[in-house]
Write a protein that binds this ligand. Structure first.
Ligand code: CP
Length: 307
């Protein structure tokens, strides 16, 4: 495919190939010898309709490290604020012959809609509660670097599963690659029918984390909840916040992950988030650049330059 709209459309073979390429970029990044010619002459536009720190910055860095011209469109200062529609914005960008369009939007399916209207390769940087494919790829790369494989691992994804595109993309990727996935959270934050994705449901952290190789904490996505249904932060932390006592149920070598942004003292305790050997949260961010370089590289190779 010409675009990266979700993990759903990737074969395990594609996932492995992307992770292998990302691993080579991770090594190059650490050695400071990044290739700069792969995207020379190509234009990448970051089009973010929702806030971002990690994803937008790492796509910018990835594009620049590979030699692309990178433009960050700030939606709040664009003509979207004057009422220009998503499709008119896309048509305008298309007329500028952009090669790679990275899109984040609050509506599920917005990147897929754009992909039908523009000549550029479209990359989903998070769409509503649907998917965040590069996050799942960077999580998988981080896990693989520590555990050597994704196959046969037990991964506990904890907290707000219902509103999380990160959970959805991770579930699709990890089950496709042979991991066992548990979702752990209160009934109100676990979507009905999620078992059909091959996961088991746990409402108790001790039960969900028992023997896990990986524990992934997720942010409460209050921006996607309506007022009366927002759990109290203190109560949530008591039952579902990842602290040392709850983590003790996982394997002694279990890794702690969080996609960010973190709410310390809500879904994760600071002591665990900053733990020197258990937490790989900073490495996740580092792998984000490598994964995005791999995705841009692969898509630019399949796309014909928009001259
Ligand atoms: N994990 C993630 O998508 O972070 P940002 O919202 O900062 O991009």
């Amino acid at each position: 495919t010409r675009h990266l709209l979700g993990i759903e459309s990737l074969h395990p073979r594609d996932i492995s190939a992307l992770l292998d390429l990302a691993e080579s970029y991770a090594l190059l990044n650490r050695s400071g010898k990044t290739r700069r010619d792969v995207l020379r002459g190509r234009t990448l536009i970051n089009l973010f309709f929702e806030d971002s720190t990690r994803t937008r910055t790492s796509f910018e860095l990835a594009g620049k490290r590979l030699g692309a011209d990178v433009i960050n469109m700030s939606v709040s200062t664009s003509s979207v604020s004057k009422g220009e529609t998503l499709l008119d914005t896309a048509a305008t960008l298309n007329a500028m012959n952009c090669d790679l369009l990275v899109v984040r939007h609050k509506s599920s399916g917005a990147p897929a809609l754009l992909a039908q209207k523009v000549d550029a390769a479209v990359i989903n940087a998070g769409d509503g509660m649907h998917e965040h494919p590069t996050q799942a790829l960077l999580d998988a790369l981080t896990i693989r670097r520590h555990k050597g494989t994704l196959e046969g691992l037990t991964v506990a994804i904890c907290g707000d599963i219902a509103h999380s595109r990160v959970a959805r993309s991770n579930i699709l990727l990890l089950t496709a690659m042979g991991s066992t996935v548990r979702v752990v959270g209160p009934p109100t934050l676990i979507p009905s029918g999620i078992e059909q994705f091959g996961v088991t449901i746990h409402h108790d952290m001790a039960d969900g984390l028992r023997g896990a190789d990986i524990v992934m904490a997720l942010r409460l996505q209050t921006e996607r909840m309506s007022g009366g249904l927002i759990p109290s932060a203190r109560e949530f932390f008591t039952f579902y916040g990842l602290d040392a006592a709850k983590l003790a149920h996982a394997r002694p070598d279990a890794l702690v992950m969080h996609p960010g942004p973190m709410n310390r003292g809500v879904e994760i305790d600071s002591q665990i988030a900053d733990h020197a050997t258990r937490s790989v949260i900073r490495e996740q961010v580092e792998m984000g650049v490598a994964v995005r370089m791999a995705v841009l590289d692969v898509l630019a190779r399949t796309a014909t330059p928009n001259a």
